[in-house]
Design a protein around this ligand. Structure first.
Ligand code: BTN
Length: 239
């Protein structure tokens, strides 16, 4: 991902759509090369989208970006780690709610949407910097006096993504994951399960202990029910 082309746009429907168009265009005869590492960043999005077809409200003053990357199984956790670490450089106490919501004191500050296109993935990242568009959300400016610009945050995230290829991403993810040890509900399709999180396995799956058994959950929607004391300060692990 070292070679990066950053394309700045003003208003788009969704940076995911712009990135997708570039990937599809590349496949056309005489299509322009659109290498891995191409980054689209927009000032606002009219139809920003989140996971599970939710809307991602995208007023000016936030970071809305899509990065064309090589797909890999750890990508969702890798990008979550990178965004949390970039925000921590601004002295924001950013943690991860499984799989990759970035939260501060249980309020969402950033979200990640990964859409696969054969061997590539379009990695969408939205960070609230100036405004928290929902009451359940927060933004960088409400959490720190040490924030910088949107483009500085983007550069930090891209740098942190590269660094994740040199570290044990699962161990770092675990250190930042505030879901570990918590009582949660997890929805997978039509089924909602309640239990306690006993771990994150080497594939990034949630290890959930319910009343009757231990379940390994590869993807789903997780909600924290209660805080437990099992949580550790990421600073102890991250230095
Ligand atoms: C989520 O938490 O549900 C994921 C939110 C992802 C939002 C980003 S903003 C940039 C990119 N473009 C989109 O339309 N969505 C992603």
């Amino acid at each position: 991902m070292t070679d990066k082309r950053i394309i700045h746009l003003m208003s788009v429907s969704s940076t995911q759509d712009e990135a997708r168009k570039l990937v599809l265009r590349e496949a056309e005869p005489e299509g322009r090369a659109c290498p891995i590492g191409t980054v689209i960043v927009a000032d606002t999005q009219e139809s920003g989208r989140g996971r599970r077809n939710r809307e991602w409200v995208s007023p000016t003053g936030g970071l809305y970006t899509s990065i064309i990357m090589k797909n890999d199984t750890h990508l969702p956790l890798r990008v979550g780690v990178a965004v949390a670490r970039a925000l921590r450089e601004w002295s924001i106490d950013a943690l991860l709610k499984w799989p990759n919501d970035v939260i501060v004191s249980e309020r969402k500050i950033a979200g990640i949407l990964i859409e696969a296109m054969s061997d590539r993935a379009i990695v969408g990242i939205g960070v609230n910097i100036e405004h928290a568009p929902l009451t359940t959300a927060t933004c960088a400016n409400d959490e720190t006096a040490s924030s910088g610009t949107r483009d500085e945050l983007l550069a930090a995230i891209l740098h942190e993504i590269e660094k994740t290829y040199e570290i044990d991403v699962i161990d770092t993810y675990r250190a930042l994951c505030t879901t570990l040890g918590r009582d949660v509900t997890v929805t997978v399709g039509d089924e909602t399960m309640a239990g306690r999180v006993h771990g994150i396995d080497r594939s990034g799956a949630l290890v959930l202990k319910t009343d009757d058994k231990t379940r390994i959950i590869n993807s789903g929607e997780c909600n924290h029910v209660e805080t437990l004391s099992a949580w550790r300060d990421p600073a102890e692990v991250l230095g």
